[in-house]
Each structure stands twice: as C-alpha cells, then as structure tokens.
Design a protein around this ligand. Structure first.
Ligand code: BJW
Length: 257
C-alpha cells in the first residue's frame, strides 16, 4: 500500500526545489490500467516468444502472426484508460520548469493522461508505416487493407511503428531522452525491469550526471542498487501519494530539456 511507503523528507525537499525532472517508464506503469507486462510470471514473454513476434525477420517470415498479435493488443489498449500514476505524472509536469517522460511503452497512455513532453523510445502502436516506401497509415486506413496490410503505392508490407529487437531506437527521441537524463536534478525510473538496452542505460546516465535517482517498482531490479531511493510498490498508488506530499506552484509554460 502506498500509505506504508516511506518517502524520504530528502526526496520531498528535493522535489520542492527541483527545476528539472526526468522520468523513465516501462510496462509496469500501465499494468494497473490492464496492460500486461513483458517479463515475470504473468508476462507476455511467458506466453509468446519474442523471437517469433518482436523482430523484423519474424515479421517478414510470418506477417499474419505478428499482425494478429498486434491487433489483439491494439484492441486491448483501445479499451483501457490511464491510471492514477499516469495522471499524477501529468500533474507533476506543470510544477517544474523542465519535465519530460522517456517511455518504453507504446500504449499512448501518458499522452491520454495529459502529459506533454514525451519521448517514445519504442514507438507507438497507434502508428503504422510501409516497410517499402515508408508511407504512414492511420488506423482507419489500415482497417480497409485486410489482415496483412500492404501499401497502396508500392505493395510493401505495412508494419506497426514500434521498435523490435535488433532495431535502432528513433534517433530524435533517443537524443532528447539522453539530454533529459543528463540534465535532470531528479530522475525517476518507474515500472521497468531495466534490462532492455539502450533504454535501460538512461537512469544510469542520469545518476552519473549527478541526478538524484528514484526507482518505483513492485520488485527489485538490476537498477535498484544504483538508485538513491527505492519506493517499493505500485506506481498507480505511489505517484499520487508523492504528488500530494510536495507543494510547488504550477508553471503555465513548461520548457523541454
Ligand atoms: C510495476 C507494476 C506496478 C509491474 N507498478 N512497477 C543480442 C542480440 C540482439 C540484440 C541484443 C543482444 N543483446 C542485447 C541486445 C540489445 C537488445 C536488448 O537489450 N536485449 C536484452 C533483452 C538482452 N536491445 C535492442 O535490440 C534494442 N535495439 C538496439 O539495441 O539497437 C542497437 C542494435 C542494432 C542491431 C543489432 C543489435 C543492437 C531494441 C529494443 C526493442 C525492445 N522492444 C520491445 C517491444 C516493443 C514493441 C511492443 O511492445 O510490441 O519493447 S521488447 C519489450 O521490453 C518492450 C519494452 O518496452 C521493453 C522493456 O520492458 P519493460 O517495460 O521494462 O517491461 P518488463 O515487463 O520487463 O518490466 C515491467 C516491470 O514493471 C517489472 O520490473 C515489474 O516488477 C514492474 N511492475 N507492475 C510499478 N503496478
């Protein structure tokens, strides 16, 4: 329970004075909204094989299977809403001069909760593009193109705009996330097992650049021992509790890192 989590007076005081706050989120952030995480007993990778679903070669070998999986997840994500943790982060944004979220999640829930500065490291399940000509296709257009959609112009396979294993992260989003990590006074690592690179290097980067780094997770992770403070528990409970603990006037225009 969040009520039992000890948030240090140091963290509260730091938040009250922090100009630059960076946040890094993973699947656990959306777990309380009903999005399954990847690892752990109930994780996606217990039921499905990443090597069959989350890399480009697998997609080219069996696009129907990969699309079936993404359509299932699109449907699931379409039927859920952001949780109290997403809303707390959105509210925190207006309290600090520089505030940004680097998310590994593709579910759009930070956007839907009202967060403005978001760096999507692993793409977004709501976008799709052609592997041949690069044309982007909206969801409504995709619905008209069948189970294995192909581009109208070049007949190339259309794929979800997500980052699979072995693929580079979008350069602009990555560079912005690195900049934010390097410039933060406080950096949060929330709901991620911190095992997938290069994303998992962000909290380490923030720490080496001098940030006070806080982890929020229901379990200990590879990163826990590097954190200045670990808040054990659910992000949907801890973040609203944290927000209620510190007072800072809201700032009408927030700059990005
Ligand atoms: C809660 C909670 C609650 C639960 N509250 N907490 C060998 C060969 C090839 C590549 C590699 C290799 N070795 C290393 C690599 C690199 C590879 C990598 O890191 N692999 C490791 C797994 C070994 N990385 C890549 O390939 C990346 N690209 C890259 O490196 O490019 C350079 C390169 C180019 C060419 C060749 C090689 C390198 C790309 C990584 C892309 C990851 N893609 C996915 C799928 C995205 C699309 C989709 O969703 O369909 O991204 S995989 C999956 O893992 C997804 C996630 O974003 C990512 C991270 O997972 P996350 O978010 O941390 O989730 P979980 O489930 O792991 O953790 C959830 C946490 O929440 C847990 O800790 C819970 O305790 C906690 N929790 N409820 C708080 N309520």
């Amino acid at each position: 329970m969040s009520g039992n989590v000890l948030i240090s007076p140091e963290l509260i005081s730091r938040l009250e004075h922090a100009e630059r706050v960076g946040v890094f989120t993973g699947a656990g952030m959306s777990a309380e909204s009903g999005v399954p995480t990847f690892r752990g007993e109930e994780g996606i990778w217990k039921k499905f094989k990443p090597e069959e679903l989350a890399n480009f070669d697998a997609f080219m070998r069996n696009p129907g299977l990969v699309w079936e999986w993404y359509n299932h997840r699109k449907q699931l994500i379409g039927g859920i809403t952001p949780n109290a943790g997403h809303y707390a982060l959105a509210a925190m944004e207006s309290r600090h001069r520089l505030f940004s979220i680097a998310t590994q999640n593709i579910d759009n829930l930070h956007q839907r909760a009202g967060s403005k500065t978001i760096h999507e490291l692993h793409g977004n399940i709501g976008r799709n593009y052609c592997t041949g000509c690069g044309t982007y296709y909206a969801e409504e257009q995709l619905a008209l193109l069948g189970d294995v959609p192909k581009s109208n112009s070049c007949r190339g396979l259309i794929r979800p705009d997500v980052v699979w294993f072995g693929e580079m992260l979008p350069a602009g989003e990555w560079d912005a996330a690195v900049r934010a990590a390097e410039r933060s006074d406080i950096y949060f690592s929330i709901g991620t097992s911190a095992v997938v690179y290069p994303a998992a290097s962000l909290p380490i980067l923030a720490k080496s650049a001098g940030a006070y780094v806080v982890e929020i997770n229901i379990e200990r992770t590879d990163f826990s021992r590097h954190a200045d403070e670990v808040l054990p528990g659910k992000s949907g409970e801890i973040l609203p509790h944290l927000l209620a603990q510190y007072a800072r006037p809201t700032i009408s225009s927030v700059e990005t890192h």
